[in-house]
Design a protein around this ligand. Structure first.
Ligand SMILES: Cc1cc2nc3c(=O)[nH]c(=O)nc-3n(C[C@H](O)[C@H](O)[C@H](O)COP(=O)(O)O)c2cc1C
Length: 289
């Protein structure tokens, strides 16, 4: 069996989870090709594969625009597909993020066989602690093998529908119009060392170093790859600058719930998610004994 996973990931969280999928599919004898969704992706073919995965970070309760563009370009097919998504909190409203892409894929003949949502640290809004980031990633790692088994056995998870979900998602998709306008106003400050990392990490090819000046174009999708990766924290993200998160998380920190700033933010939904994951993985161990 062969599986292709199309993955959009601004700051690496979704890609980290997708790599776990690759490992566990391969352990079960499934060949996996991971295709990063960037402006350089030119192979949208699914003919060589039996199963298709679509992976993305949730942006404003929606899939980012490159994912919508991707599914529009996929060929019509009767193949099965699954969804992997990451986000900074686990509110049920995030379930609506796949509504539009699922509609497009259904029209093309694809059948959804599973949808999985993982908490991963915020790359915008506020910085989670490294301990919380570690707890999130460890939890995703513990869940992925169960989810891979479910997908392969045809028992994939379906997420609950949200009342008026498609309408709410449509409202929040204003974000797709806003990001290119906001992104054009990104600026670097005097700390910029013109290392070119922002240009290299931008999945849209929207940043250019022009005579030592960093130029931001009008194709920004707000993934925050540039501002997150900048080694000098030199990028001002215009209207969103107050929510900027800069610098990699240390996923090797001791896994622990968020402490200090923001420790009560969405606490109940995190606890529910972590406890549920613990219960599921403990149950799996019982079955294996
Ligand atoms: C523009 C933007 C909008 C976001 N909106 C949401 C959201 O609606 N809900 C949420 O929980 N997280 C949201 N996040 C956080 C990301 O979904 C989360 O950090 C994700 O794991 C980042 O994945 P990546 O590293 O693969 O890009 C948003 C992030 C960005 C940059």
């Amino acid at each position: 069996m062969r599986c292709v996973i199309f993955c959009f990931s601004g700051t690496g969280n979704t890609l980290k989870v997708v790599e776990e999928y690759r490992t566990h599919f391969e352990e079960r004898g499934v060949e996996v090709a991971v295709r990063k969704v960037t402006n350089r992706l030119d192979n949208f073919g699914t003919d060589d594969f039996d199963l298709v995965g679509i992976a993305y970070p949730i942006h404003g309760f929606n899939a980012p625009e490159p994912i919508i563009d991707l599914v529009k370009q996929l060929p019509a097919s009767d193949k099965d597909y699954f969804v992997v998504k990451t986000s900074g909190e686990m509110l049920k409203l995030n379930n609506i993020s796949s509504n539009k892409m699922a509609k497009i894929l259904k029209k093309k003949g694809y059948t959804q066989v599973g949808e999985y949502h993982y908490a991963m640290p915020y790359n915008m809004i506020f910085r989670h602690t490294d301990n919380m980031a570690s707890l999130m990633f460890d939890t995703a790692k513990s869940l992925v093998p169960l989810h891979v088994d479910e997908i392969l056995s045809g028992n994939g998870q379906k997420l609950d529908k949200v009342f008026l979900g498609s309408f709410i998602a449509w409202l929040f998709r204003i974000e797709h119009k806003f990001m290119p306008i906001n992104g054009k106003h990104f600026k670097t400050n005097d700390s910029c060392v013109h290392c070119g990392l922002c240009e290299r990490v931008c999945p849209k090819g929207n940043i250019r170093l022009d005579g030592g000046k960093v130029q931001f174009g009008d194709k920004c999708v707000g993934c925050m790859a540039c501002a997150f990766a900048c080694p000098k924290n030199a990028i001002n993200t215009a209207v969103l600058n107050g929510w900027k998160v800069n610098g990699k998380y240390d996923f090797s920190a001791t896994p622990k719930m968020q402490e200090g700033d923001h420790e009560n933010y969405c606490k109940k939904s995190y606890i529910r998610y972590f406890e549920n994951a613990e219960m599921l993985t403990a149950h799996k161990d019982d079955i294996c004994k």
